[in-house]
Design a protein around this ligand. Structure first.
Ligand code: ATP
Ligand code: MG
Length: 457
């Protein structure tokens, strides 16, 4: 607003100066021409005295100026058209006359604001045979031009004032609207801070504040989603932990209340131990999951996949044997990737464990490693029970189990694949699952392969 006002004031001054300059340029030529004409006529006199000069001037009726003074070479007026306050016989040392004596043609002007008129003055030397013998000075007052300039200035001033008023009104209206919309955003922020994540702000318009409102709504959306996820997680976790705890309570109550024989009591205590183990496994997986989610990206090392997978196979070969599952490792091309070895172990362990757990006796589990362009690909493929199409889209959710009874029997908590997906994605990888019910399931994990040449660059 300040800048706009400054521009308007500058325009006002500029317009007024320009109008005066236009007048000045047109006047200068005509005044100097008149002076030179008079000087040429007077120079013919040779000697300047009041009577000869006034006779010569009387002959020139085209002069018609407000005041005409002719001085001799000493600057003494030998003619003055003013009868009142006449300078005749006295020194006239107007700046224009002093300059003219130095052989210059001089023109000056002045706008007399109070009188509302333009006053222009000109002087030229009178030269006779190469010598300055005096000077002609003319002064003209122009009320018409003055009035014109005054009205022009008045108009420019009025327009400027109206514009300034419009600018001020516009700025006040804009500032009021802006601060009202800003207050709306601040109020919405407070509502979200209080915990109402469903609140959205409607900014209207199409400016930066609208964009700010949209960004704010997008942020609220994310907050709401993560809040819903958190609530869902707390409720799922409590539910999952409640089941083994209820079983433990039931079993211990039965032991205390019933008069049972030692073998049955031993069986009940064994069940209590199994439930406690399940609780333990579940809390460990929950801890792993929360560790993965809070971990920052960045920590990684160059790891070849095959040795880690062989370690996993060695670890699980006992269970596989017990379940009569054959494990095959097919390394077509091993290549290094950037990951923490523990993370890769965690991924491979969960996938291989599932391939054994959800397989059928006599079944097969194949783990293959290959390079596909820029990627290192690991495939874990089993000939097990398979997963229905509906269930396939949920298997990476926490606590999701396709067959709750079967998973529980095998001690599953439904967290393994959630951990795998989180770990894979944190390491710039991708995971997908394909399955045919009753035929088997294949998990494909893809990581960007590490090119050892990159390290040297
Ligand atoms: P956890 O791994 O936490 O001990 P879990 O094995 O039940 O328990 P996930 O590994 O997350 O949990 O698997 C989720 C569900 O997906 C399983 O309960 C199972 O129903 C199904 N599933 C996973 N892998 C396979 C597979 N290879 N074949 C058939 N179903 C599978
Ligand atoms: Mg599992």
């Amino acid at each position: 607003m300040v800048i706009t006002l400054a521009v308007l004031i500058f325009l006002n001054i500029y317009c007024s100066k320009t109008s005066q300059k236009l007048f000045y340029q047109s006047k200068e030529t005509s005044m100097i021409e008149k002076c030179q004409l008079a000087a040429a006529e007077i120079s013919k006199l040779g000697v300047l005295n009041p009577s000869t000069v006034s006779d010569a001037i009387a002959q020139m009726d085209s002069l018609r100026v407000t005041r005409l003074i002719v001085t001799n070479q000493s600057g003494v007026a030998v003619y003055d058209s003013y009868t009142e306050k006449s300078a005749l016989g006295s020194f006239v040392l107007f700046p224009e006359i002093v300059c003219a004596m130095k052989r210059y043609d001089v023109f000056s002007w002045q706008y007399r604001y109070l009188e509302g008129m333009m006053e222009s003055r000109a002087a030229t030397p009178i030269v006779s045979y190469g010598t300055t013998i005096g000077c002609v000075y003319m002064m003209e007052q122009d009320r018409e031009q003055g009035a014109l300039i005054k009205s022009l200035q008045h108009n420019v001033l009025s327009i400027t004032l109206v514009l300034e008023l419009v600018v001020i009104l516009f700025s006040v209206a804009f500032a009021t609207g802006f601060s009202r919309r800003l207050r709306r955003i601040v109020a919405s922020m407070r509502i979200i801070r209080e915990g109402d994540y469903s609140h959205r702000v409607d900014m209207g318009g199409n400016d930066e504040l609208t964009t700010l409102g949209e960004e704010f709504n997008a942020l609220s959306d994310r907050l709401q989603i993560s809040e819903n996820k958190r609530r869902q997680f707390v409720s799922d976790a409590s539910h999952e932990l409640k089941t083994p705890l209820a079983s433990i309570k039931l079993l211990s109550d039965s032991i205390l209340q019933n008069d049972m024989d030692l073998d049955t009591a031993r069986e009940f205590v064994e069940d209590i131990g199994n439930e406690a183990d399940r609780l333990n496994r579940m809390t460990l997986k929950l801890l792993t999951l929360s560790k993965i989610e809070s971990q920052e990206d960045g920590d990684c090392e160059i790891v070849y996949m095959a040795p880690t997978i062989q370690k996993v196979v060695r670890m699980l070969s006992g269970i596989a044997e017990k379940s009569q599952i054959t494990i095959e490792l097919d390394v077509q091309q091993d290549c290094p990737i950037l990951i923490l070895e523990d993370d890769l172990y965690q991924i491979a362990f969960n996938l291989v464990e599932n391939g054994i757990k959800y397989n059928t006796p006599g079944g097969r589990l194949t783990i293959s490693l290959l390079r596909d362009g820029e990627n290192a690909v690991m495939r874990v493929s089993d000939t097990g029970v398979g997963i229905s199409e509906d269930a396939l889209s949920h298997i990476f959710e926490r606590f999701y189990r396709v067959d709750k009874a079967r998973s529980r029997k095998s001690g599953g908590s439904g967290l393994g694949l959630a951990i795998v997906k989180n770990t894979v994605e944190r390491n710039q990888g991708q995971i997908c699952a394909d399955s045919n019910l009753g035929e088997g399931t294949t998990f494909t994990v893809t990581f960007p392969a590490f090119d050892p040449g990159e390290e040297d660059k």
